[in-house]
Design a protein around this ligand. Structure first.
Ligand SMILES: NC(=O)c1ccc[n+]([C@@H]2O[C@H](COP(=O)([O-])OP(=O)(O)OC[C@H]3O[C@@H](n4cnc5c(N)ncnc54)[C@H](OP(=O)(O)O)[C@@H]3O)[C@@H](O)[C@H]2O)c1
Length: 197
């Protein structure tokens, strides 16, 4: 196991044919049971830090909130910003272009960390600092996941991380050999675990 990075557990709800878009599976009581099972497994695995791609964050958590760019002349160094938080639980977004709109530094009780590239606007960073959202830089224009993971471990002490989709970000982690375990929830009784690294 590589101790430079957090130990990564990927948790996903999938149908047996590999689909992950829950809204296409209808609204039957079984679907609600599946969602409840996902949350229960999340709690049972018990990792306080979770990370998702920009698309999942805006669709499932921030309700497509637009990014806020602070007005006026802003000059903000490209230095990582660890806000004054008291949390050991973290909600982390991979958002290289700074597209997510944040209004507060807490999401479902967890401190928000945004993984950014250096290409984001100064006014975007100024706003995140104002509201106390932490951010780290992990690449000039594109996100380099290994840099991001090292910083999550070193700056926030995150030793275990739950990767919760979507497909795009999971695939990027997998291709770089960064997933240690994969957990697939197929229904309320079938929970498949694969040990990878
Ligand atoms: N069934 C489940 O358990 C489950 C779990 C989670 C999500 N979902 C569903 O999955 C869907 C979203 O999945 P998705 O695959 O479209 O998007 P995603 O993986 O959530 O997000 C992908 C986005 O992340 C950003 N990104 C930055 N660096 C990246 C990198 N190195 N590799 C990959 N992405 C990077 C990019 O944003 P930019 O384009 O801004 O650069 C990219 O478009 C949603 O419908 C969600 O509800 C299902």
């Amino acid at each position: 196991m590589n101790t430079e990075y957090p130990y990564v557990i990927c948790l996903m709800m999938t149908s047996v044919d590999g689909k992950i878009l829950g809204e296409k599976w209808g609204n039957s009581p079984k679907m609600n049971l599946l969602k409840e099972t996902f949350e229960k497994v999340h709690e049972q695995i018990g990792i306080g830090a979770w990370i998702v791609g920009r698309t999942t964050m805006e669709k499932d958590f921030t309700d497509f909130e637009k990014p806020i760019i602070k007005k006026g002349h802003q000059e903000v160094d490209r230095l990582d910003f660890v806000a004054d938080h008291k949390s050991s639980n973290f909600a982390i977004a991979i958002d290289g272009k700074g597209k997510l709109g944040w209004k507060e530094p807490i999401l479902h009780g967890d401190h928000v960390i945004s993984i950014l590239s250096e290409s984001v606007k100064d006014g975007y960073l100024a706003h995140l600092r104002d509201i106390g959202v932490s951010y780290v830089f992990a690449g000039k224009n594109e996100i380099e996941l290994k840099i991001a993971l090292k910083k999550l471990r070193n700056l926030f002490g995150i030793e275990k991380l739950m990767l919760e989709g979507g497909a795009h970000i999971n695939g990027s982690f997998l291709n770089e050999g960064l997933i240690n375990e994969l957990h697939q929830i197929e229904n309320d009784v079938l929970w498949i675990t694969y040990k990878i690294n």
